[in-house]
Design a protein around this ligand. Structure first.
Ligand code: BMA
Length: 313
């Protein structure tokens, strides 16, 4: 494809890195994983696993190099708990992990599939073994959420994606106690018309903190007669006022191309919920769900992403 700009991300040649065949118990599919580096350097993926009823739960997979040798929890790590949290009736999905130094805990923002559609739920953990659930913090229809790692001007900040049908934009909300949320601000709107990110966008992995601002990888959903295409774009937001968009790319930066991205339970989907950053502080390992069926890895450079935004804004 010589007529395209060079790709910002390079796919790992042995993709996909995790699929249902690797699982220690029977499942349908594994995709859309949150990611973090543990203190000993282990990469932890908190994977969305869809069982053979169609309901999702979360399961941790750990690897020393973030590429192979995955040790998968022998049983689900976090199951929906509809007896105590009725909002988790139809499963829990798409976790985004943020380490919060002030609390010395990992925040996991995930989708609770309620009777009335998806809502945003929050839980905290120190070890990805036991979790403290805060329940649904943003009612349906809302998803694609991540907590920022520290307070902004004295308040916690959560990016999320409420739906105002037929359009859906990214919003940011603030809280003093992580339970009650307000000061809602529109962060970035879906474009209109023929654009790749028309009508429906959402945060993909948690924002990447850089000296120039919060670097955000977001997804855009192009709808056509043959279905939807989930692609990724880039934008940069003010560090101190994250609702202010400083730059937004015009073209997408990553799109379904390979057969494992184009074909699966839901074809034409690349959907990252997490990344890790290499020891050089620049290499970024993006873990993405491919076609709602498996997990793949692509690598890029934060500096190159910032440079691309200079040119392609
Ligand atoms: C989105 C989310 C994702 C999913 C994608 C494609 O709305 O529900 O979990 O990967 O659709 O089906």
């Amino acid at each position: 494809m010589k007529n395209q700009n060079p790709e910002l991300f390079h796919r790992y040649e042995k993709n996909p890195i995790l699929s249902s065949e690797n699982w220690p118990y029977p499942i349908n599919s594994v995709f859309n994983a949150g990611a973090t580096l543990m203190p000993d350097g282990t990469t932890l993926l908190l994977c969305r696993v869809e069982d053979r009823r169609g309901l999702s739960h979360l399961c941790a997979a750990r690897s020393a190099n973030g590429v192979d040798g995955w040790q998968i929890d022998p049983k689900p790590t976090l199951l929906p708990d509809p007896d105590n949290f009725t909002e988790e009736l139809w499963g829990i999905e798409d976790p985004r992990i943020t380490f919060v130094p002030e609390l010395k805990k990992y925040a996991v923002a995930y989708t609770a599939f309620t009777r009335d559609g998806p809502g945003v739920a929050l839980a905290f953990t120190e070890d990805f073994k036991s979790f403290e659930r805060y329940g649904v913090i943003m009612p349906p229809e809302d998803k694609d959420a991540a907590l920022l790692p520290y307070k902004i001007d004295g308040h916690w900040a959560l990016i999320h994606r409420p739906v105002s049908a037929p359009r859906a934009h990214m919003w940011i909300s603030y809280s003093s106690d992580l339970r009650h949320w307000g000061s809602h601000k529109l962060m970035m709107e879906a474009r209109k018309g023929a654009w790749w990110d028309a009508n429906k966008i959402g945060l993909s992995p948690p924002p990447i903190e850089t000296p120039e601002g919060w670097l955000v990888i977001y997804h855009g959903v192009k709808q056509s007669c043959s279905g939807c295409i989930y692609r990724l774009g880039l934008a940069l937001f003010d560090l101190k006022k994250p609702e202010i968009c400083l730059k937004r790319g015009t073209e997408w930066i990553f799109s379904p191309v390979e057969s494992y991205e184009k074909h699966g339970d839901v074809g034409d989907v690349v959907f990252p919920c997490g990344y890790t950053i290499g020891k050089d502080g620049d290499t970024i390992n993006i873990y993405y769900g491919a076609a709602d069926t498996c997990i793949a890895l692509a690598r890029g450079s934060i500096k190159a992403m910032l440079k691309w935004l200079e040119i392609c804004k």
